[in-house]
Design a protein. Structure first.
Length: 340
């Protein structure tokens, strides 16, 4: 099992350079309320030489598929073939509230989007008539989509962020890898099973398919103290938008922490963030993250590897610490991975 790191925009270069020196396989740039992925990856591409670069994820509602293809081709060319395109729909609040793009029929939208991106990356002129995307629009004539960027690959890997069973099966069917977040080893097993069903639709097995969950990580000999370093990030993500449609709240409920979710939401409604953060159960953090000593983290890594993870991403961006603290997390996880 290889290691990756989820970057933090303000520390992106120092974290990427450290990860490369520690022989991590991949750096991943998230995209959301705090920063876009492309700017971070462009900076990191110029400051590293060997490590893979991935978006985790470039949001599908934010860009037409032609823009995503052009961006991917450019980043791959600039990095001399190190880029991997991670795509995802985000959630209804972001899709509709930020970009004004309806969230309805997400599976069909994702399938068509990926088809157009792959066609563009093959290098020829692209026209497309689907339910969600039309290039050009019906009854119109226009020059077809055609990339002229230099040095990119027609087989550039495409990863999908996916959560539910149907999305996971789609990832297995049309993508080269899966990007997961906040998941347990059992959750990975369930996801891999669904991905396998999607792969079987194309007559393929799981060989060569990347399984990459990103796990909030904090290091301390005191497990409760380590969990406390992650509570702010969990509360932030669980507090986005409507709790009825929020993925992280849904996950916590699925694991049996519905009462804690309601307490957290109630505290947020009263603008008491400290109480809301305190309401996030340490047990939930432990189930879906990497916390504790180097030895404890090594044991958890073994569980994820046994569940089918090919690359484990260390989400140092979730940890309430300094740049030096995040570097210590990277070093500790590298040592943990080497110890078994």
């Amino acid at each position: 099992m290889k290691l990756a790191v989820n970057l933090l925009a303000r520390d992106a270069v120092v974290l990427a350079e450290a990860a490369e020196a520690l022989d991590y396989d991949l750096v991943l740039a998230p995209e959301g309320y705090r920063n876009d992925a492309v700017s971070v990856l462009g900076l990191v591409a110029g400051r590293t030489r060997r490590i893979g670069l991935g978006s985790a994820v470039m949001q599908i509602p934010a860009r037409p598929p032609a823009t995503a293809a052009l961006t991917a081709a450019t980043l791959d060319s600039l990095s001399q073939g190190r880029f991997r395109l991670g795509l995802g729909l985000s959630n209804p609040d972001v899709s509709e509230g930020w970009y004004g793009v309806p969230f309805a029929r997400p599976l069909g939208r994702t399938r068509e989007y990926v088809e157009i991106v792959r066609a563009a990356l093959r290098g020829g002129p692209v026209t497309y008539q689907g339910e969600h995307f039309a290039l050009p629009p019906a009854n119109r004539s226009a020059a077809p989509l055609h990339l002229y960027a230099e040095g990119y690959r027609s087989d550039l890997p495409i990863y999908l962020g996916a959560v539910g069973p149907r999305n996971l099966r789609l990832a297995g069917e049309i993508a080269d890898g899966w990007l997961g977040v906040f998941t347990s080893p059992d959750g990975v097993r369930d996801a891999v099973a669904e991905i396998g069903r999607g792969r079987a639709e194309r007559g393929l097995g799981l060989e060569g398919f990347e399984v990459i969950p990103s796990l909030p990580t904090a290091v301390s000999d005191d497990v409760i103290e380590a969990a406390a370093q992650l509570r702010r990030q969990y509360c932030y993500l669980m507090g986005i938008g409507d709790s009825d449609t929020n993925f992280y709240c849904e996950l916590a409920r699925r694991f049996g922490y519905g009462d804690a979710v309601e307490r957290m939401i109630a505290h947020l409604g009263k603008d008491d963030r400290a109480a809301a953060e305190a309401a996030v159960p340490a047990e939930f953090i432990d189930m879906t993250g990497l916390i504790g000593s180097q030895e404890r983290i090594a044991g958890r890594m073994k569980e994820y590897a046994a569940a089918g993870v090919t690359t484990l991403s260390i989400m140092v961006s979730a940890t309430a610490t300094t740049t030096e603290g995040r570097l210590r997390v990277l070093e500790t996880c590298a040592k943990a991975a080497q110890s078994w």
